[in-house]
Design a binder for this molecule. Structure first.
Ligand SMILES: NC(=O)c1ccc[n+]([C@@H]2O[C@H](COP(=O)([O-])OP(=O)(O)OC[C@H]3O[C@@H](n4cnc5c(N)ncnc54)[C@H](O)[C@@H]3O)[C@@H](O)[C@H]2O)c1
Ligand SMILES: O=C(O)[C@H](O)COP(=O)(O)O
Length: 527
């Protein structure tokens, strides 16, 4: 598989990817060049420079994952990617400290006129009176967006004895209180803040949030810091508010259009301190995001869930750690269930017993459904599109949790229902190894790997021998053998691990053996 890295990404991340896949680093591609080469690639890694538009996604043929080495995914058409089943992930934590510290640096540079004083001295001047600033101590800092960076900035500003008034509709008052932060409505922040710092994403809702109408509600002399996203502030309105004396100054790291247009009115104003989108540009942050995204891309290309995917529900790290060992097993159970099912599948039930019931198992259920769909569909089935595909095909998915368990610490039972009846598959972990422990109520101990032939039959002498002979005549080696019994009198199931595919005509001969009810072949390594 091939990965394209189209923005400058730290070598530590690239080296992780290179251990598993071929990696091409091609930066500064034009939109046309990207569209021309994207069909070759299975994954794409970007920062904020590459615009992953709908046209790029439509041109992609094999693309399975897009990794953003950073936070903002506003340069990626996530909706188009989701429709195509492409996982989009970011690396949300690696650059938090970098952006937090840059925000504080920008606020202090703004309030003490450091860049202006620097430029003046470099011109050979010594102007002390011109650059008198204001202190931040005792001032109110309005924080709009109290996520990772907003919280980090607030904590540091509290240490500088600032009062924090924050607006974030998705943060509870309790959480804010615990941090020593007062939450208010947006207009309250506008009306009371001496400094306002933005830490929210650019969305259709937040675009132009800080416009002329917002400036009208602010204190005269307010200072603004934006290290979030350019489009959140209307740049023309900000320039006008500064020229009108309403806003005392602004520190801006991010712009509506990047690279910034030299004619941008903000560049012409002395009261505006600017940096070229440097919030995440520290050595530590770049290694952090590159390494995080590399691990996410590898997981996605291996068909594993990605904790930081933005187009599927993110999985908290502690939950992922708990459920991770079950993923492969869950998918293989789905694969086995569909192989033994007959007729039109209308629902899948996944029952969890034991300690596993204590965590969110939705992603494991998705893994089971992915395992069911993968062998029967041409299209790529992954963690992003599985729920949608099941829904479109009218397959209802149900999760049942019963903490009580009889024989195993944890047990997963998949029941696949069709218009011809139902089948069940039970599985558990022996240490870290997944095992199938029941098939249609027959107790077995099957390693779900390679080829497995399943054949329910009457419990009477001679049947297993006949099957062995038939396979031997065809040169098919039996690697392992299990006979599972049920409580139902006289019915057993043969579970034969074989070293190769069993042709359809040979399976037909096995089915024709007197006393055999059927024969199905499962390829656990497919998909
Ligand atoms: N300048 C840089 O180089 C740089 C570096 C890192 C992140 N960023 C940007 O900073 C921003 C914040 O990043 P983060 O890691 O803190 O993200 P985050 O997801 O942790 O926090 C974003 C917060 O914004 C809040 N929010 C969403 N919509 C809102 C609205 N309408 N009003 C108020 N709050 C709203 C969310 O509830 C969330 O708490 C993002 O836009 C990110 O792209 C910039
Ligand atoms: O959203 C982010 O992570 C930052 O804006 C950083 O962007 P960059 O990776 O292009 O520096």
């Amino acid at each position: 598989m091939k990965i394209l890295v189209s923005d400058p990404v730290s070598v530590q991340g690239i080296e992780i990817l290179q251990k598993e896949f071929q990696v091409d680093v091609k930066t500064k591609l034009s939109p046309e060049e990207l569209i021309a080469i994207i069909p070759e690639y299975d994954a794409l890694v970007v920062r904020s420079e590459t615009k992953v538009t709908k046209a790029v996604i439509e041109a992609a043929v094999k693309l399975k994952a897009i990794g953003r080495a950073g936070v903002g995914v506003d340069n990626i058409d996530v909706e188009a990617a989701t429709k195509k089943g492409i996982i989009v992930m970011n690396a949300p934590e690696g650059n938090t400290i970098a952006a937090t510290e840059h925000t504080i640096a920008m606020m202090m540079a703004l309030t003490r006129n450091i860049p202006q004083a620097y430029a003046s001295m470099k011109r050979g001047e010594w102007q002390r009176g011109k650059f008198t600033g204001v202190e931040v101590r005792g001032k109110t800092l309005g924080v709009i967006g109290l996520g990772r960076i907003g919280t980090g900035v607030a904590k540091r500003a509290i240490a500088m004895e600032m009062k924090i008034l924050a607006y974030d509709p998705f943060i509870s008052a309790e959480r804010a209180k615990a941090l020593g932060i007062e939450l208010g409505e947006l207009d309250e922040v506008f009306a009371n803040a001496d400094f306002i710092t933005l830490h929210l994403p650019l969305t259709s809702e937040t675009k132009n949030l800080i416009n002329q109408a917002a400036f009208d509600k602010m204190k005269t002399g307010v200072r603004l810091v934006n290290c979030a996203r350019g489009g959140v502030i209307n740049e023309a309105d900000l320039a006008a508010a500064i020229e009108a004396g309403k806003v005392a100054g602004a520190a801006i790291d991010v712009f509506e259009k990047e690279p910034v247009d030299p004619e941008n009115p903000l560049l012409k104003l002395d009261k505006v301190v600017v940096t070229p989108h440097l919030g995440a540009s520290t050595a530590e942050a770049q290694v952090g995001v590159a390494v995080d995204v590399a691990h996410g891309i590898i997981a996605a290309l291996k068909g594993e869930p990605v904790a930081t995917a933005v187009n599927m529900a993110p999985i908290p790290a502690d939950v992922l750690e708990r459920i991770k060992p079950f993923f492969t097993l869950a998918e293989k159970m789905g694969c086995l269930a569909v192989a033994i099912a007959d007729g039109r599948i209308n629902s899948i039930q996944v029952e969890y017993n034991g300690e596993i019931t204590e965590v969110d198992t939705k992603m494991l259920t998705t893994a089971v459904v992915k395992g069911v769909l993968n062998p029967i569909l041409q299209e790529t089935v992954n963690y992003v599109n599985t729920p949608g595909i099941a829904k479109t095909r009218g397959i209802a998915v149900r999760e049942v949790k019963i903490k009580q368990t009889a024989d195993f610490a944890d047990l997963i039972t998949v029941r696949i229902n069709s218009d011809k009846g139902y089948h069940t598959v039970g599985g558990t972990l022996f240490g870290q190894e997944g095992r199938i422990v029941s098939i249609d109520g027959h107790r077995v101990d099957v390693d779900p790997s390679g080829w497995l032939m399943l054949s329910p039959h009457i419990n009477r002498p001679g049947i297993i021998g006949k099957v062995g002979t038939l396979l031997g005549q065809e040169g098919i080696n039996i690697a392992s053998m299990q006979v599972g019994k049920t409580t139902t009198e006289g019915t057993n199931i043969m579970a034969l691990g074989v070293d190769s595919d069993i042709p359809v005509d040979v399976l037909a001969k096995i089915k024709a053996v007197d006393g055999i009810f059927g024969a199905k072949l499962v390829n656990f390594n497919a998909g």
